[in-house]
Design a protein around this ligand. Structure first.
Ligand SMILES: NC(=O)c1ccc[n+]([C@@H]2O[C@H](COP(=O)([O-])OP(=O)(O)OC[C@H]3O[C@@H](n4cnc5c(N)ncnc54)[C@H](OP(=O)(O)O)[C@@H]3O)[C@@H](O)[C@H]2O)c1
Length: 285
């Protein structure tokens, strides 16, 4: 994101050590030091399973943090871009979720992200909240990397086939942010004033986790990765015992994003294909 946005303006980035967003004084100091036009909050507690057993820690990062940022951004007339999630929905709707559909989160992570959205709304900063779906990257903890690792090392791989959503790469999200900020025309206050609010951002198409994994495997074969997997099996969610409920169908309707910003997302398979071409480019063994 930092690299992508450098073409739009100067970027200062902070990790948890430099700025714990749950600490209002640290947020204030970071904003006072950098006097930004726009603050982008990509920090969050994202461990969906673990959130059930440590809701207070999750709340600090996903509710108190965004609230602190929104209050301090408002104080210094900076606009805020914040990321949220498809997990604010219960996943029982058969059609893609619009911004006007009623959220009904099924787990602690989803509830905290929804509460974070509401806290931003109340803090008074000009903002854009972007709900995104199945975010992946080449980070080792990401679904993509875990699948690549399994296909390289395991004969048989099983993946859940009864949860559907839309994969989107962190690269594409960063590219969309770059193009969004280019549209501000050096006047973010006016831009966010007229176009701010809640948006759904995602690729076209949809997939189950199994279909997502199958596409990764197909692209690995084309990319001449060394693959050990002989069998990729589709399994139901209840084959993986988990205390956490996840939405069965969480595709987001992105018509508002496309209409207001005139930015066209790509098909998720094309996004993945671009990522796989550059995945671990030094050693696609
Ligand atoms: N991953 C997905 O599938 C997905 C889907 C939809 C939406 N989203 C949203 O997209 C955004 C980015 O997600 P991601 O998957 O890229 O997250 P990620 O890889 O888990 O990274 C989140 C970062 O936030 C940091 N962080 C957490 N609490 C913090 C705090 N109190 N102060 C400062 N930093 C803090 C974490 O630091 P530590 O490592 O030190 O904890 C981590 O570096 C989040 O808002 C997430 O809710 C993600």
């Amino acid at each position: 994101m930092e690299r992508q946005l450098a073409s739009v303006g100067s970027v200062a980035s902070f990790d948890r050590v430099a700025c714990d967003i749950s600490d209002r004084a640290q947020v204030k100091r970071a904003i006072d030091q950098t006097t930004p036009d726009i603050v982008i909050n990509a920090a969050a507690y994202t461990q969906v399973d673990k959130a059930e057993t440590e809701p207070d820690i999750c709340h600090l990062s996903n509710v108190v943090g965004p609230m602190n940022i929104a209050i301090e951004a408002a104080q210094s007339n900076a606009a805020l871009i914040h990321f949220s999630t498809d997990y604010v929905f219960d996943g029982r709707q058969s059609t893609p979720y619009s911004e006007t559909d009623k959220p009904n989160p099924q787990n602690e992570y989803g509830r905290s992200k929804l509460a974070g959205e509401l806290a931003i709304g109340e803090a008074g900063a000009s903002h854009i909240i972007l709900r995104i779906g199945w975010l992946y990257s080449d980070d080792p903890a990401s679904f993509l990397s875990r699948m690549v690792d399994q296909f390289k090392n395991k004969q048989e791989v099983s993946v859940v086939d009864d949860q559907r959503g839309v994969p989107i790469s962190a690269n594409l999200v960063a590219e969309m942010m770059q193009r969004l900020l280019q549209k501000c025309d050096n006047n973010p206050a006016t831009f966010f004033g007229t176009k701010g609010g809640l948006y759904h951002l995602g690729c076209h198409g949809e997939a189950s986790w199994f279909e997502f994994a199958a596409e990764i495997l197909r692209l690995m074969k084309i990319g001449k990765f060394q693959i050990k997997t002989k069998s990729l099996k589709a399994i139901p969610s209840d084959a993986y015992p988990s205390a956490v409920k996840r939405p069965q169908h969480s595709k987001l309707n992105v018509d508002k994003w496309r209409g207001v910003f005139e930015l066209e997302p790509m098909q998720w398979q094309d996004d993945l294909s671009r990522i796989m071409k550059n995945y671990n480019p030094a050693t696609p063994d």
